[in-house]
Design a protein around this ligand. Structure first.
Ligand code: PMP
Length: 359
């Protein structure tokens, strides 16, 4: 299998699995309990918290663990219920839908802008947003789910008030995430009814999951993964982009490859008159795993809101594929993709009812 869907989820790292297996036997107790096994479990949670704090230049007390990025995003946005909440059109649905539900009128009180988008990898100008927010006395939240481990993060330097993270995007388990809440920033828990996380998030601690997150963070910090992303991973991504443009007629890129413009591991490309879902399924049949920009809901295939915001062209959005790379991809993976992709696109373009325009 050639796996190129790392932006959707990263397989758990071997060290993460080991740490979690050990934790199942050793740190099984309720981490809030006063007895010794409880304390031992809590110590492990605090170690993981310290690792995340170190990774983003925050204080451990400024971090709470959640069930994932969706919960972290919802928590921050709901804190500002009734106030105006500004978001970018490129946000994840957990930001967009929450803002739709909770946003009020009046002047903006919260800006929620991701640093880099998950579908096309594009960087947003967060510095400009922070400046704008400060002028208005508003707070800034950034969904850093796709950024963690890909480039160094410093929440103090970014000067943001909240940041969202998810373990399964760095080789940790699914169902664990975190939220950075700057000391003194307004906060309203989403889940009430428990004293956990200093009353900021109720519910028994997911000790094993948090230990897994900690192990993935440890790997990330020890290996400085952002260096490999900026080097080998970026080269592979760029090579695939170059070969697609050269070897596949009527193809175009939706990701700006220039350094500083996009995350090094994401490539979004469109193939005129070939439908994304079909490309994905044909590639899947060849053992190549990618994702599309469309979400098929109740028989209604909607083009990706991100690609629509970016290109304004439903055809480009419907014919898009996201290739997202991880630390283990190789040049052979690119060769395998380029062995089959041109033939798949050619076949789909030939049977398409959409007229191919000369552009
Ligand atoms: N935000 C972004 C930018 C994401 O890419 C994702 C996952 N696709 C999420 C939020 C949701 O993450 P989780 O699965 O941890 O809820």
């Amino acid at each position: 299998m050639v796996y190129l869907d790392f932006a959707a989820t990263v397989p758990m790292l071997p060290g993460v699995l080991d740490a979690m297996h050990k934790a199942e036997n050793k740190y099984f107790a309720n981490a809030s309990a006063l007895h010794t096994p409880g304390h031992l479990a809590m110590n492990e949670i605090e170690d993981a918290r310290e690792l995340l704090a170190k990774a983003i230049n925050a204080k451990p007390t400024e971090i709470i663990f959640t069930s994932g990025a969706s919960e972290s995003n919802n928590t921050v946005i709901r804190t500002f219920e009734g106030h105006k909440i500004e978001t970018s059109p490129l946000e994840h649905h957990s930001v967009i839908e929450a803002a739709k539900k909770y946003s009020g009128e009046k002047t903006p009180k919260l800006y929620s802008y991701m640093l880099a988008n998950n579908e096309i990898g594009e960087f947003l100008d967060i510095k400009k947003i922070v400046k704008e927010a400060k002028k208005q006395g508003a707070y800034v939240h950034s969904d850093l789910t796709q950024v963690l481990g890909k480039i160094p993060i410093d929440v103090k330097e970014l000067d943001i008030d909240y940041a969202t993270f998810s373990a399964h995007k760095i080789g940790g388990p699914v169902g664990v995430g975190a939220l950075y809440i700057k000391e003194g920033a307004p906060f309203e828990p989403l889940i009430i009814g428990g004293n956990q996380e200093k009353k900021r998030r109720g519910g028994t601690y997911n000790t094993v999951g948090i230990i897994g997150f900690g192990a993935a963070l440890k790997y990330m910090l020890e290996n400085k993964t952002w260096k490999k992303y900026d080097g080998e991973v970026r080269s592979l991504r760029d090579e695939l982009a170059e070969r697609i443009l050269k070897e596949i007629p009527k193809s175009s890129l939706n990701t700006d490859l220039q350094p500083g413009k996009s995350l090094p591991n994401i490539l979004n490309a469109s193939f005129q008159a070939a439908e994304g879902e079909s490309i994905q399924l044909y590639l899947d049949a060849e053992g190549i795993i990618v994702s599309t920009g469309s979400a098929c809901a109740a028989g209604d295939i909607k083009p990706s809101h991100v690609l629509m915001a970016k290109t304004g062209d439903a055809e480009v959005a419907h014919s898009s594929i996201r290739f997202s790379f991880g630390l283990d991809n190789t040049k052979e993976d690119i060769d395998k993709v380029m062995e089959v992709l041109p033939k798949i696109i050619d076949r789909l373009q030939k049977i398409s009812t959409i007229k191919i325009e000369e552009k």
